[in-house]
Ligand binder design. Structure first.
Ligand code: PHE
Length: 406
C-alpha cells in the first residue's frame, strides 16, 4: 500500500488525489540558493534590493521597503490563488502545472502568494524573495524550481497627491471595465491610476538600467488576475527581446479583503534565474544547483555590482536517445512524463523534446516520441551509463504512466 502521509519540513501532510509532489522536488526545498552567500542568485537579489533601498527613503532617510526572504514555500490554495482573486477554473491551478501536497496545500507557484498575508500584517512597502515551484518542460532555461522577487507599494491619497487636495483615489465604480483588460479599475479615479502607472513604470525602467546598463526596453500589455491594468517589461539583450517581469495596478479587492481601505497599490514579480543567466552569461539553468567550486568560486566578490562573466568549466559531449510509446487510453499529460524523466534521470537530462505525435488510423491510439538529451555538467557520460538511465526511464513510464513502449 502507498504511504498515507508525506513529510515536508518536518510536518506530515495527508496525501489525497491531488498529491503530485515528488521526493526529488522536495529535496530542493532546503537549498535556499537565494540565501547562499556569493551564489549568483543571491547577488542578483541583493542588486535589486539595493536599488529599492537607494530609490525609496522615508522621512528619516531609512529604506522604505522591508525585505522578506524566509517565508515557507508551503502555502495554502487560498494564499496561492483565492486571496489573489484567481478564478476557481483558472488554468494556473491545474494539477499538471503545480506541485500539490494535497487538495489544501501546494509548493508556491509564485511569490505573489504572500502578498495578501503581508498586507494583512499592515505592511505598505515590501519585497518578497524566494524559491517557487512549477511543473514545466525540460531545456537549458527551464527548471521546476526557480526564484522570484515580488514587490508591493501602497500609497495614500496624501502621498500620491501631496500638492492638490482636490484629487481623490477612488470614485463610485460604474461597472464599465471589462475583467482583466487594459482599462483602469472602475473604483479608481483616472488621475490616481495614471500616476501610479507612471511611478511603477519609472521605477522598473530604472531597475532595468540598474541591472543591465543602458538598454532598450518596451512595455507589452498583458493580463494577470491580480492586477489591472497589467504589463510586461521586455529588455533588448543579446539580439533578442527578453521578458523580464510582470506588473500592474493591484486589484482593489485584494487590498480591501486585507483591511486596507485608503490606499492604492502597484506590484510586480521578477524571475531571478533569467536575469542572472543574462548578466553573468550562464548558459544552463542547472548550473545554479551545482555544488562544484569551479562554478561557485567564480561569483566570490565583495562588490555585488561587479561585472562577472561565467567561464564554462568545460563542455562535455551530449548523448541523444529517443523514446516512443503509445499513450494510455485515459489521461496523459506531457508534464507527467517530464517529471518522471527528472525523477529517474536527475540532472543528467539537459532537454526533453516532444518530436513526434500521431494517432493510429485504425486503433485510434496516440503515440508520442520524445528526444532526451543527456549531458553531465562535470564529466563525460559513457554510452552504457546513458543506456542504463534511458532504460530506467522507459521502465518507469511503463509502470507509472501506463504507456506502451514501441
Ligand atoms: N506572479 C506573476 C508571475 O509569476 C508576476 C506578477 C507579480 C505580476 C505581481 C503582477 C504583479 O508571473
Amino acid at each position: 500500500a502507498l504511504p498515507k502521509d508525506v513529510t515536508i519540513l518536518n510536518t506530515p501532510y495527508t496525501k489525497d488525489d491531488y498529491t503530485n509532489v515528488t521526493s526529488r522536488i522536495v529535496s530542493h526545498i532546503e537549498r535556499n540558493l537565494h540565501l547562499q552567500q556569493n551564489h549568483p542568485l543571491n547577488l542578483v537579489q541583493l542588486r535589486i534590493v539595493d536599488y529599492f533601498y537607494k530609490s525609496f527613503l522615508n522621512a528619516r532617510r531609512n529604506p522604505l521597503f522591508s525585505v522578506h526572504r524566509s517565508l515557507s514555500p508551503i502555502v495554502t490554495v487560498n494564499q496561492n490563488f483565492d486571496s489573489l482573486l484567481i478564478p476557481k477554473d483558472h488554468v494556473s491551478r491545474s494539477k499538471s502545472d503545480c506541485y500539490y501536497i494535497n487538495r489544501d496545500y501546494l509548493l508556491r507557484a509564485h511569490m505573489t502568494a504572500h502578498q495578501a498575508e503581508l498586507l494583512l500584517g499592515g505592511l505598505n512597502n515590501f519585497l518578497i524573495v524566494g524559491d517557487v515551484y512549477r511543473r514545466d518542460e525540460i531545456d537549458r532555461t527551464h527548471y521546476p524550481v526557480f526564484h522570484q522577487l515580488d514587490a508591493v507599494r501602497l500609497k495614500t491619497r496624501d502621498e500620491l497627491f501631496p500638492n492638490d487636495s482636490s484629487l481623490q483615489l477612488f470614485e463610485a465604480g460604474n461597472n464599465t471595465d471589462s475583467f482583466g483588460g487594459q482599462e483602469k479599475q472602475a473604483c479608481h479615479t483616472l488621475e490616481a491610476a495614471k500616476l501610479m502607472e507612471h511611478e511603477l513604470k519609472a521605477t522598473l525602467e530604472g531597475l532595468g538600467k540598474h541591472l543591465f546598463g543602458d538598454v532598450e526596453y518596451r512595455w507589452v500589455d498583458t493580463v494577470f488576475p491580480f492586477t489591472q491594468p497589467s504589463w510586461e517589461l521586455e529588455v533588448f539583450y543579446n539580439g533578442g527581446w527578453l521578458e523580464v517581469l510582470g506588473c500592474g495596478i493591484m486589484r482593489q479587492p485584494i487590498l480591501t479583503n486585507s483591511g486596507v481601505k485608503d490606499r492604492i497599490g502597484w506590484a510586480f514579480g521578477i524571475g531571478l534565474e533569467r536575469i542572472a543567466m543574462c548578466l553573468y552569461k550562464i548558459p544552463d539553468i542547472r548550473l545554479f544547483w551545482s555544488k562544484d567550486s569551479g562554478f561557485l568560486n567564480q561569483f566570490k566578490t565583495d562588490d555585488i555590482s561587479k561585472s562577472i562573466t561565467y567561464k564554462e568549466i568545460s563542455q562535455f559531449p551530449q548523448c541523444i536517445n529517443d523514446l516512443s510509446f503509445w499513450l494510455p487510453d485515459d489521461e496523459f499529460s506531457s508534464n507527467d512524463f517530464y517529471d518522471l524523466v527528472r525523477n529517474e534521470g536527475g540532472d543528467l537530462v539537459e532537454q526533453v523534446q516532444l518530436i513526434d505525435s500521431f494517432t493510429h488510423p485504425k486503433s485510434k491510439k496516440m503515440s508520442h516520441c520524445y528526444r532526451i538529451t543527456y549531458r553531465h555538467m562535470e564529466k563525460t557520460l559513457t554510452q552504457s551509463e546513458v543506456n542504463a538511465v534511458h532504460q530506467k526511464i522507459a521502465d518507469a513510464a511503463t509502470s507509472k504512466l501506463f504507456v506502451t513502449i514501441r
